[in-house]
Design a protein around this ligand. Structure first.
Ligand code: ZN
Length: 119
């Protein structure tokens, strides 16, 4: 990247790099930008985690899934493709792998929740 290109990515106020809220290679999740500790604490108290359309190729989704399972929650992987999350949860008892699109799955879930509300 040239100096000119880099300059276009700099904050006019502080000169820091402007960035989308994503993790670059060689960076680590932290509390300040990614709420790492908060997310993992919430995961420990999660009853059902829906992992929808994620490859699971990065570490944070995997940590969240591990925490949910370790503390007694259920994990439902919704994805049309095999992925790292499904590989991880397949042998677990409290896990379901759902090979549907997010559209299909969320539509069905919505119908189920609406039906439950009318009971
Ligand atoms: Zn700035």
């Amino acid at each position: 990247m040239t100096k000119e290109e880099l300059a276009t990515l700099s904050c006019p106020n502080c000169g820091g790099l402007l960035r989308p809220n994503i993790l670059w290679f060689d960076e680590h999740y932290n509390e300040r930008l990614y709420k790492l500790d908060t997310v993992l604490r919430i995961a420990k108290n999660t009853g059902i985690l829906f992992v929808i359309g994620t490859s699971g190729a990065t570490t944070l989704p995997s940590y969240i899934v591990e925490n949910v399972l370790q503390y007694g929650g259920y994990v439902i992987d919704v994805n049309i493709d095999e992925n790292e999350i499904s590989k991880m949860i397949r042998p677990k008892k409290r896990a379901v792998i759902c090979r549907e699109t997010s559209d299909q799955f969320l539509g069905e879930l919505n119908n189920i929740l609406e039906e439950l509300q009318t009971k």
